[in-house]
Design a protein. Structure first.
Length: 171
């Protein structure tokens, strides 16, 4: 449970992914990063969009870097003259939260890399409501957008995990 929202399915997907990665004849950091970027790209296409802030909050980090989403532009409805203080505060919160979550994820990834002698990556969405949108099936989404956007992307790309992590990249 995260923030009072029950999270389901990610443990199973993560365990399937790790099983596929373990089957790779060799494992490359570059391959793992490229696989994470593929999952990120596909998940961002499924993210439900109202203003684009949830999609903009997505990022990929690994021990020594950040791939996508380092400095997003968050938006709100209205023109610069018509934006209320509360809407400006929301944008400020999204930006501040984003940098905090990136720093936290980089710390977690670096810790895993150092303590377990592994290379790890993290695909995340920092918007404070991301887990709510991800886990709530009853929310209405536009055509082509979906709840479980990250989980569905992982499942969709699972067949490519072993070859990509081994350093072989599909065209």
């Amino acid at each position: 449970m995260i923030g009072g929202i029950g999270v389901s399915g990610m443990d199973l997907v993560r365990s399937k992914l790790n099983a596929e990665i373990r089957k790779a004849p060799k494992r490359t950091k570059r391959g793992l990063i490229r696989f994470a970027l593929l999952v990120f790209r596909d998940s961002s296409l499924m993210v439900p969009v109202q203003f684009g802030n949830l999609r903009a909050s997505g990022f990929v980090v690994w021990g020594s870097g950040i791939g996508a989403g380092a400095s997003p532009t968050f938006r709100i409805e209205g023109t610069s003259e018509g934006i209320s203080d509360s809407k400006r505060a929301t944008i400020s919160r999204l930006s501040s939260d984003h940098q905090t979550v990136i720093a936290q994820e980089q710390g977690i990834v670096k810790s895993i890399d150092a303590t377990r002698n592994l290379v790890s990556v993290s695909v995340c969405y920092s918007a404070y409501y991301a887990i709510y949108v991800h886990e709530r099936q009853e929310l209405h989404h536009r055509e082509g957008k979906s709840w479980k956007f990250l989980q569905k992307s992982l499942n969709k790309n699972l067949p490519y995990a072993r070859t990509m992590v081994a350093g072989e990249f599909p065209k």
